[in-house]
Design a protein around this ligand. Structure first.
Ligand SMILES: O=C(O)c1ccccc1NCC(=O)[C@H](O)[C@H](O)COP(=O)(O)O
Length: 260
């Protein structure tokens, strides 16, 4: 069983419990459910830098990264730095995140917010909208083609952007469909935790131009971004590199200034 299998097994239990505690009509009647959303895909298309900055307290590969964060401060810092959007991890057990983090970020900034979660049920998409997300992540490794279609179509009907994440060619081939906005290539091998930007480079030519290409994980230098741009990447998801510092917003600002 790899780490993704473990996370997903726990996620089924968590979602079933939540469904029994908070009914769908409650999510749908929340104030945040009925609002206009921000498009991350459009922000990336119109950006020269393409940074999506993540709020990440800990991870299976790195352990604790930054346990003392104030998500509101981080969100404001990222916004001030000029990022295109913010990714907020909402998984508690493996990443130390929560839906409250998403709510707090939403209360503090007007910019695209990605709910970074292991989505295995439509319920989590409604939950994302009700807690302030503008974008959802779908991970091809844990979903069938039919699930990707149903989930992405539901998200689009709610005005949410969809970022579909792949790790290899097989996942990519089964996933390409019009209800996606962005295709993300994760550079982290979830069996070994090794990170290689070669994954993004290799898969880039298989991604049709209709989708915004996003490179995810293990990006920590300006050179990495300059290296990836010629392959058509317009989005760069960065977590640890900013979150390991005392001031993630300042760190993102310095990074973006160097990119310009
Ligand atoms: O980060 C992990 O260890 C991890 C393990 C298992 C599943 C997902 C994982 N990370 C989620 C992400 O996609 C990253 O947080 C994101 O791409 C940012 O990566 P990084 O810049 O390397 O922190």
């Amino acid at each position: 069983m790899n780490i993704l299998d473990k996370i997903v097994a726990d996620k089924y239990k968590e979602v079933n419990l939540k469904k029994s505690l908070i009914p769908i009509h409650q999510l749908e009647s929340s104030v945040l459910f009925n609002r206009t959303t921000f498009s991350l895909a459009n922000a990336l298309r119109n950006s020269q830098t393409g940074i999506i900055a993540e709020h990440k307290r800990r991870s299976p590969s790195k352990g604790t990264i930054n346990q003392d964060t104030n998500v509101g401060q981080v969100a404001r810092g990222y916004k001030k730095a000029g990022v295109c959007g913010m990714s907020v991890l909402t998984d508690i057990k493996y990443f130390g995140g929560s839906l409250e983090d998403l709510l707090l970020a939403r209360a503090c900034v007007q910019m695209p917010l990605l709910r970074k979660e292991f989505i295995i049920d439509e319920y989590q998409i409604l939950e994302a909208k009700a807690h302030g997300a503008d974008v959802i992540l779908l991970i091809a490794a844990v979903l069938s083609k039919e699930e990707i279609k149903t989930f992405s179509e539901l998200a689009k009907s709610l005005g949410l952007d969809v970022l579909l994440e792949v790790h290899n060619e097989e996942e990519l081939q089964k996933s390409i469909m019009p209800s996606l906005d962005m295709l993300g290539v994760n550079n982290r091998n979830l069996k070994t935790f090794e990170v290689s930007l070669e994954t993004s480079k290799t898969l880039s030519k298989l991604i049709p131009d209709d989708f915004v290409k996003v490179s995810e994980s293990g990006i920590s230098s300006i050179e990495a971004i300059q290296d990836l741009k010629p392959y058509g990447y317009q989005g760069f998801l960065i977590g640890e590199n900013f979150m390991k510092t005392d001031n993630p917003g300042k760190s993102a600002l310095e990074f973006i200034q160097k990119l310009k």
